[in-house]
Ligand binder design. Sequence first.
Ligand code: PGA
Length: 252
Amino acid sequence: MRRKLIVGNWKMYGDYASNEALMDALLSGLRDLRNADYAVCVPHPYLFQAQAALKGSNIGWGGQNMSQFTGGAFTGSVAPQMLADFGCQYVIIGHSERRGALHETNPMVAAKFAVAVRMGIKPILCLGETLEEHDAGQAHDVVERQLNAVMNEVGVENLGKGILAYEPVWAIGVGRGARPEQAQSIHAYLRKLVAKKSKDVAKEIRILHGGSVKPSNAAKLLAMPDIDGGLVGGASLDAADFVPICRIAHSF
Ligand code: PGA
């Protein structure tokens, strides 16, 4: 049985004071919810704050990106071991906002995934098609290419040390997510692709769903057999939204 996982993706929001208030509210709101896993992925400058606040609790933390290089003259970049230094258990890799506006390619994403696994940080690999690709009926092909770019590079066993997140780009930040059955069909397809390489990894790997996940749609999404949790953007910034989503995950 795969345990549900809810990850908040704060994106480039928050400040020291609001983070402190949010994490306080999460610590008390999630304290007794022991049947699922929870984490927040915060902007790099706040990793120390997240570690100080969440250490020893049932809430994990992580980064939203990192360099594929482990050190060197890369001004402005953050190395994987810096995330490890601040206790990160997770790192989001290949979010569509980075693939799109920031031109991250499949090979870069694969390299980041590989180095995260080497560092003992669980990469959360984001996959998803744009609206144009969706309308052209290419969703399955796009996620297959994105998945294979990583799976072929790192091998299926290493893939299994991470987490997948299917986030249709057209559903991110718009308030209206994919229908649960529509999401389930892509999640099942991804699991089938993994199963072609390893049935065991396919059975174990968690596939999160992202794109306007909120308290009102979380129960139906999480009830789908291949949806193992959520990668939550907007609704992770307010404990009044994030805690109920986590409570739903706990109830499965
Ligand atoms: P959203 O973002 O929940 O605001 O749609 C999800 C994400 O981008 O990870």
